[in-house]
Design a protein around this ligand. Structure first.
Ligand SMILES: C[S@@+](CC[C@H](N)C(=O)[O-])C[C@H]1O[C@@H](n2cnc3c(N)ncnc32)[C@H](O)[C@@H]1O
Length: 303
């Protein structure tokens, strides 16, 4: 039997075209995974080019090619600038982040990401961290659970779900996926697969602090990019896409400047937005890779 594919890169050609790769440049792939995007970036880089790749999941290391231009950082990309400095790299020509989990993570039962299998309710991309999905459902308050299911999962009955979790966890263990689904079957609304997919998405985003990491990364991009350098981000969730869109538009997360009618003291936006609308997968890509369906690519260039 053939080996399962680690991950099929999404919007591959669109990313490579959009990064406008300089052959002698330095690039960062923040989300190395199966290395599909990195492989194409390397094809465009000359011998002097450099590719720094991050992945907080130790499993990704097996995909790192034997290539002296590649430097693997087994860390969270929220520390990008620190690790670049450590390697004496002050500025780069391009940054890519293809957010979320890989097919490998999703398809490995014991990682706990998928509702299709049983295993520990884990969901950590980085196994060095302590917080797991089990910790979230067994220690968070009802309000915290309500908020995260509503915001990150858009779960229709988030309040009921949160209340039920807090009730059942006093008598039932929620340690495994089977335990969790069994204990909550009475609150499921609509199609159970879809319902639990939304619930799991919310837990995954919380466990890995996915929005916090994205914010930290975005905040570092203006300082790390050279003039004319590009940042390309692929998101899979509307909250992520909104963060990227607004950050590229303003160069900050400040809400206040909108309230200032004269624009005084508003720092100049360091970016030119390259993609006025997000780039989405073609019909062909959707047919070949249904997992690409909610992908949105946005690109900006440092002024
Ligand atoms: C969608 S996959 C990327 C796939 C990759 N572009 C490819 O072509 O194979 C996302 C990868 O990024 C990693 N990842 C997600 N968030 C991360 C973060 N904050 N820091 C470091 N790695 C992260 C995950 O562990 C996963 O391997």
């Amino acid at each position: 039997m053939s080996e399962p594919v680690y991950h099929v890169p999404v919007l591959l050609q669109e990313v490579i075209d959009g990064l406008n790769i300089r052959p002698q440049g330095a690039y960062v792939d923040c989300t190395f995974g199966g290395g599909g995007h990195s492989k194409e970036i390397l094809k465009k880089l000359g011998e002097q080019g450099r590719l720094i790749v991050f992945d907080q999941d130790a499993d990704a290391r097996i995909n790192v090619p034997d290539d002296q231009r590649v430097h693997f950082m087994p860390h969270n990309f929220r520390h990008m600038q620190r690790f670049l400095r450590l390697h004496k790299i002050e500025a780069v020509d391009g940054i890519l982040a293809d957010l979320g989990v890989s097919s490998h993570q999703f398809d490995e039962a014991d990682r706990g990401f998928s509702t299709r299998f049983d295993g520990d309710l884990d969901m950590r991309m980085d196994k060095r961290q302590d917080l797991t999905a089990f910790t979230v459902v067994s220690t968070y308050s009802e309000q915290q659970l309500h908020k995260l299911f509503e915001q990150y999962g858009e779960v229709t009955n988030a309040k009921t779900l949160a209340r039920t979790i807090v009730q059942v966890r006093t008598t039932v263990s929620l340690k495994t996926i089977a335990n969790f689904k069994q204990a909550l079957h009475s609150v499921v609304k609509g199609n159970p697969n879809r319902y639990f997919a939304q619930v799991f998405q919310a837990l995954r985003i919380e466990v890995n602090d996915e929005l916090g990491a994205l914010k930290d990364l975005l905040l570092q991009t203006p300082a790390v990019l050279k003039t004319g350098g590009r940042v390309a981000i692929i998101t899979f969730h509307s909250l992520e896409d909104r963060l990227v869109k607004n950050f590229f538009k303003k160069g900050s997360f400040d809400e206040e400047e909108d309230a200032n009618p004269f624009g005084q003291n508003t720092p100049a936006n360091p970016f030119t937005v390259i993609t006025k609308k997000p780039v989405v997968p073609s019909d062909k890509e959707l047919r070949l890779n249904p997992r690409s369906r909610s992908a949105k690519l946005r690109i900006a260039e440092k002024r």
